[in-house]
Structures are given as structure tokens and as C-alpha cells.
Write a protein that binds this ligand. Structure first.
Ligand code: SF4
Ligand code: SF4
Length: 374
């Protein structure tokens, strides 16, 4: 089965038993602390369904957990962002939408299994069902959950997508991976918004409300904390040195348009992992550090064409323009004024509000004293 999975492009494959997950206790605490923000799909009645995967497939005995790599041979945040008006789209969104790709490939693995082994029940999940995917991935030996909350594989790092096949087949479970973060705290120190916060039990977690990924992808309406560090003096240092000695005095999304990669960019396990990317996730043209002025001119039709079958459509056109406007404000470049004036007249109040805010920032890029040393 692992060979069939590998043939479909799954570089990682492991088995977890389909049984109640102890991580559910912490998940409920995390929700109670408000760290899920406005992500209703995490906090509503579906939260409890995450306790036991058998809530999704009552006959499930095992869960096949797979990982597909998307670490293309392209630069990382700090190598691209430099205060010259480029924005950032998260690496995972440079190619095709992983939900579709992984589901199709897992279906093919299931078909192969049925051909070889006969009929069985199964259900495929790719970030689409209430499942503690990273907990299952850890139990299946794919990696450990790092302080940045990503699943990290010792050999391959964390640039991989997860998928699961719940199955009625009684497959032998793998051994969970050991935690190898040790005393490292690079992601914590590098996070520009201090979104990686201590857990009551001594570990670390993410307060989504402060996380750029949440603010640019999940958050609807106005971005509450627009101010943000300008890349040229923060990004490069955080990536290279990652030793911030003072508090971040403000939080904000910087020039991020869709998501944020910083806490993965700085992780030493990713640095030694090397590149490995399924062709479906290779960067489409214009995705790596696009010019913000160019993005501000994209029409709704162009948006649909440019991001067809891409995760970026999740923001919808209005959310995309809102993010572009905020990023332009944080870049503070005079050349953005005409584009922002146009967006300030946009009929959508969220876009117009963001653009008006951004116009007030022109000429005043945020200068933060981060106390970065080294
Ligand atoms: S994705 Fe960015 S903002 Fe969110 S925790 Fe990681 S570094 Fe911080
Ligand atoms: S940067 Fe360090 S602490 Fe953060 S996830 Fe990677 S190894 Fe763990």
C-alpha cells in the first residue's frame, strides 16, 4: 500500500489506529481560549466530532495518513521581500488546490487497494472533515507537531500537505514520531505578530487571531490589525538570525497578501530538508513575491482566471483586494497612491476602508524596533 501511495506522489505514508484521540482535550481548551478566532467550523458542534475518527466512518479501524510535498525550488520569504513593493502569497498556494489533488490521488490508492484486497469501507478527508489531522499524522509516524504547530518530518521538514483515508481494514499502526524541537525557538522568535503563544502545559500553540494566515485568509470583514513590519528590515533578519530580544510593539500583516510562511521558513528542519515538490504544486507564473501594484489592478475576471483551482480563491475577490490594499499601506510606497485611490472608491466598504487606511500610511512605512541581534 505504501508503494501504491508513493506512486501517486505521496512521499509520506503511515497508519494510525482509528480510536479516540487524547489531543481532543487540548483542542477544546484551545477553542475555549478563543484562539480559533471566528473560524466557526472549528468551534461549532463539529468540534466534538474530532474526538474520535469513527464519528466520520463508524466501521473505521485504521487511518492511512499521507503527506505530499510542496517545497519547490523557489526562494523563501526573506529572499524575496525587500521593501520594493512585492507582496507574499504563501508557498502552499502557488500551485493547484491541494484539496482536489490529494483527494483524487487518494481515490486512486483506494481503488488499487480494492482491486488487490477486495471490498472495504473508506472515507477520504483532506482538510474537509472534522478530524484532528496533525494528531493523526503524528500517531502515524509522519512527524511531530512542532512549536509552530506544523507537522514536521525529521528528513523532509514541514512543507507537505496532509490527507487521510479512514478505512475498515485492520492495518498495523506505525510508531508515533518523537518531538525534535528541543530547545529551539526560532519560529517563536521570528513570528512577526507573536502569534505563537505558550500553552498552559508548557508547550506552544498559535493564537489564530494574531496569525497572518488567519488574518489574510480566514478573517472576513476589515483586518483588525493592519499595521505591520515592513519586510526589508524584519524579514531578512528574522529568517537569518531569528533572535528577537524585545517584544513586537505592534501586530500586523506586513506585506502578506495570502498566508504567511515565516515560521516554516526559519525552521531548521526545513533548512536541511532540501526541495521536493509534486508537479501539481510548482509555482504558477507570478505567484512568488508578486508586485502589489500589479495585484491591485487585477479585475474580478482576471482574479478568477489567475487563481483558478488555486487555494487563493478562498479569500474571494473582495478579500484579496482588501489584503492587497493593506499590504500596500504597510509598504508605504508613494507609487501605490493612484492604485489605492482607485480602491478607496471601491463599492465594497471593506476594500474601500482598507484602501483609505493604506493611503494614510503612504510615505510612512512602519518602522519597528525589534531588537534583532546578530
Ligand atoms: S504563519 Fe506567520 S503569523 Fe502565523 S504563526 Fe507563523 S510566523 Fe506567525
Ligand atoms: S523552528 Fe524550532 S521550535 Fe519552531 S517548529 Fe522548527 S524546530 Fe520546532
Amino acid at each position: 500500500m505504501r508503494q501504491w501511495a508513493a506512486r501517486e506522489g505521496f512521499g509520506l505514508c503511515g497508519i494510525a489506529a482509528a480510536e479516540a484521540l487524547s489531543d481532543i482535550t487540548w483542542f477544546h481548551e484551545w477553542v475555549a481560549l478563543g484562539y480559533a478566532g471566528e473560524m466557526g467550523y472549528l468551534t461549532d458542534h463539529r468540534a466534538e466530532l474530532r474526538r474520535d475518527p469513527r464519528a466520520l466512518l463508524s466501521s473505521a479501524k485504521s487511518i492511512v495518513c499521507v503527506g505530499m510535498f510542496y517545497n519547490s525550488a523557489q526562494p523563501h520569504t526573506a529572499e524575496v521581500l525587500g521593501g520594493d513593493g512585492r507582496g507574499w502569497i504563501s508557498r502552499y498556494a502557488w500551485g493547484d488546490d491541494y484539496h482536489t489533488v490529494i483527494r483524487e490521488r487518494l481515490e486512486r490508492v483506494a481503488a488499487q487497494m480494492r482491486t488487490e484486497w477486495g471490498d472495504f469501507d473508506y472515507r477520504i478527508c483532506v482538510d474537509t472533515a472534522p478530524l484532528l489531522e496533525r494528531s493523526l499524522g503524528r500517531l502515524a509516524g509522519l512527524g511531530w507537531i512542532g512549536k509552530n504547530t506544523c507537522l514536521i518530518n525529521q528528513q523532509k521538514g514541514s512543507w507537505f500537505f496532509l490527507g487521510e483515508m479512514l478505512t475498515s481494514l485492520p492495518l498495523a499502526p506505525d510508531v508515533p514520531a518523537a518531538d525534535r524541537c528541543g530547545t529551539c525557538r526560532r519560529c517563536i522568535d521570528a513570528c512577526p505578530t507573536d502569534a505563537i503563544v505558550p500553552r498552559p502545559d508548557g508547550g506552544w500553540t498559535i493564537d489564530s487571531r494574531r496569525c497572518i494566515s488567519y488574518l489574510t485568509i480566514e478573517k472576513r470583514g476589515p483586518v483588525p490589525e493592519k499595521r505591520g513590519p515592513v519586510p526589508d528590515f524584519v524579514m531578512q533578519k528574522t529568517a537569518l538570525v531569528t533572535r528577537k530580544t524585545g517584544p513586537v510593539p505592534d501586530i500586523g500583516v506586513g506585506t502578506h497578501v495570502f498566508g504567511c510562511d515565516i515560521c516554516q521558513d526559519v525552521c531548521p528542519w526545513n533548512r536541511r530538508a532540501g526541495t521536493d515538490c509534486d508537479e501539481a504544486f510548482e509555482a504558477r507564473e507570478g505567484m512568488v513575491g508578486p508586485d502589489l501594484e500589479m495585484l491591485a489592478k487585477v479585475t474580478e475576471e482576471e482574479f478568477r482566471t489567475m487563481f483558478r483551482n488555486s487555494p487563493v480563491v478562498r479569500t474571494k475577490y473582495r478579500g484579496f483586494l482588501r489584503n492587497v490594499a493593506v499590504a500596500m499601506g504597510n509598504a508605504g510606497l508613494e507609487r501605490f497612491r493612484p492604485a489605492l485611490e482607485r480602491l478607496a472608491r471601491w463599492e465594497d466598504p471593506v476594500v474601500a476602508e482598507a484602501a483609505k487606511w493604506a493611503l494614510g500610511r503612504i510615505g510612512e512605512p512602519v518602522k519597528l524596533a525589534l531588537g534583532v541581534s546578530g
